[in-house]
Design a protein around this ligand. Structure first.
Ligand code: DON
Length: 567
């Protein structure tokens, strides 16, 4: 379908149900920022600017990664972090691809039943709030590992603008003020007092974090070990133990980021490379895309009845597998080849019909239910040398465990909740896992993060990813399809309305007021349950697309304060 026709249909669709859409036609007729050589797209303008500044100094994507990630820790403490973890997927200018896992892990003293009471019931909030929820942070190890292997600049040079951002402050945005206010009572309760981030902060205020500036300064001077063995690590452990944590200095000392082989697969003429376990992202994305590939989505149309049906049914099957098979590959055997093989996936789709939904209980054993929001963050970087990276990082929940280490200036994660505390028992987000994701000392908890690089004709084509817990995978999926099948621009593709299905609960979650009412009714008539109230937004996708003339287009999701900067 020609680009013009797609555009006209999009316009008609949105004019046709004008009252019921919060998106404007203009938003769907936009290109994102276009640059010649390099770009950083992240959740905060300041972070994208600092990443770009590092590129302009002659740094590459991995130098800019360190700067952007730390700038997000300063200006986007909701998800940007030193106290969390993440995943990097990269493609070097020469075409070599790889992945780095800097996911948190369980403390040495962790036990399988650590979140259960004597009767074997899950103790409410223990894995989500406060010191017992904290996994061993991986972020500092991750950014150093990547920079050391591929970067070009001195650490002090990279961290200088970040330290200045913490020292001289940044402006609180409208969305940020709302978030801080929303979490204020929880943060006060966990910390037992008001902290730096509190509901006296209003949009437009300047926030200065001198403690974080000092922490970053020490890291700039002493390197990675400052966080894991040095003064910062010792202060962190002392603080955690004063709050009842089981984490010791040995836990910090033993932490290592790990290079992993990413998951790569072909879809039409695209090669898609995404995160391997301990994230479920790459496997699930490949399963869904492979199951959808035989269908003519382009012909069905963007967010049309048939497209939604195919994707929902493929998603159902992939998420059923996720809950049963996936976990930390260092601890469990995962049948990756089978799960992603054509034969297996063709078989999985055998019961598919356009006439009615496949019953969820007919799909598989295992069980998964989930509600997740947008408390992670993703950034994409393409440098002037032709390297591309996709990085997703998180504290898990908004402000993680809500524990804020005052004298170090950062929040700690509540990633332990991504483990399955008890088979069959939902975690905070409603996810129910199996043995493969049970708690074991030093094991990494299963993730849905899906930092992804797409290639076309052997060249870099797209870098993208998003927050959103279990909806991460389906948001990345839809964004790739929006560009590839439906010819949307990168900016349109990230802005477009999204839906989500994860097998259980047996429903299609849809962003409210942005889908054609007629299609929603048709889905209901077929027997689908539609939930438009659970997720006001699904994902906050950031991406970079290489256009035919070799320039770059940024897609910075309008759902957040996300911004593309480049040159
Ligand atoms: O690793 C994961 O899949 C989750 N901890 C990500 C959490 C997330 O995206 C936050 N928003 N829901």
């Amino acid at each position: 379908m020609s680009r013009l026709l797609t555009f006209l249909i999009t316009v008609l669709l949105f004019l046709g149900c004008k009252k019921d859409v919060s998106h404007t036609v203009e938003e769907f007729n936009t290109r994102g920022l276009i640059t010649e050589k390099a770009m950083v797209v992240s959740a905060r303008k300041e972070a994208s600017q600092i990443g770009t500044e590092i590129l302009k100094l002659g740094g590459n994507a991995f130098d800019a990664m360190m700067a952007t990630e730390m700038a997000l820790a300063v200006a986007y403490p909701y998800a940007g972090n030193l106290g969390g973890g993440g995943f990097l997927v990269y493609r070097l200018a020469d075409g070599k691809k790889g992945a780095l896992d800097y996911r948190e892990k369980a403390p040495l003293a962790a036990t399988k039943d650590m979140y259960l009471d004597k009767k074997g019931n899950v103790i409410q909030d223990l894995s989500t709030v406060g010191s017992m929820a904290v996994g061993i942070p991986g972020t500092v190890a991750g950014i150093f590992e990547a920079q050391e292997r591929f970067g070009r600049l001195e650490i002090s040079q990279i961290l200088k603008p970040v330290i200045n951002l913490a020292r001289y402050g940044y402006i609180i945005t409208e969305k940020q003020a709302l978030r801080i206010a929303h979490y204020d009572s929880m943060i006060r309760a966990v910390n037992g007092k008001e902290i730096l981030y509190n509901n006296n902060l209003k949009a437009g205020d300047k926030l200065i974090n001198l403690e974080l500036a000092a922490t970053l300064q020490r890291i700039a001077e002493h390197g990675r070990d400052e966080f894991y063995k040095g003064e910062t690590g010792q202060r962190l452990v002392k603080y955690l133990q004063s709050k009842g944590s089981i984490i010791t200095l040995e836990d910090l000392e033993k932490y290592e980021a790990k290079w992993r082989d990413p998951i790569s697969f072909q879809y039409d003429d695209l090669i898609i490379t995404s995160m391997s376990p301990p994230s479920s992202g790459g496997i699930c994305l490949s399963q869904i895309m492979k199951m959808a590939e035989p269908f003519d989505l382009k012909d069905y149309g963007h967010n049309s009845l048939k497209t939604i049906q195919v994707l929902v049914e493929a998603e159902k099957r992939a998420y059923a597998d996720r809950s049963f098979y996936l976990g930390d590959p260092d601890f469990v055997d995962i049948p990756i080849e089978t799960l992603t093989s054509d034969v297996y996936l063709q078989n999985r789709m055998k019961g598919f019909s356009f006439d009615k939904p496949t019953a969820v209980d007919s799909i598989s054993h295992g069980n998964i239910v989930g509600y997740e929001s947008d408390e992670t963050t993703h950034y994409s970087i393409v440098d002037q040398f032709g390297n591309a990276i996709a990085v997703t990082t998180t504290l898990n929940g908004g402000y993680g465990s809500k524990l804020f280490v005052d004298d170090l200036g950062f929040f700690l994660n509540n990633e332990m909740d991504d483990f399955s505390s008890k088979p069959g028992e939902p975690n905070y987000y409603g996810l129910i896992g199996a043995e493969a994701n049970s708690i074991v000392p030093e094991k990494r908890m299963l993730s849905s993060m899906t930092p992804t690089i797409v290639e076309k004709n052997g060249e870099f084509y797209m870098s993208l990813g998003t927050p959103g817990g279990s909806t991460i995978i389906t948001s990345v999926l839809q964004t790739i399809l929006n560009v590839h099948e439906f010819q949307l621009t990168m900016q349109q593709a990230v802005n477009a309305p999204r839906f989500h299905n994860q097998w259980l609960p047996d429903e299609i979650r849809m962003e409210p007021h942005v889908f054609d009412k007629k299609i929603i009714q048709q889905l209901k008539d077929l027997g689908y349950t539609i939930n438009e109230t659970k997720s006001p937004i699904i994902g906050i996708v950031d991406g970079i697309l290489m256009l035919e003339d070799g320039t770059l287009e940024g897609g910075a999701d309008k759902r957040g304060d996300d911004t593309a900067v480049g040159f």
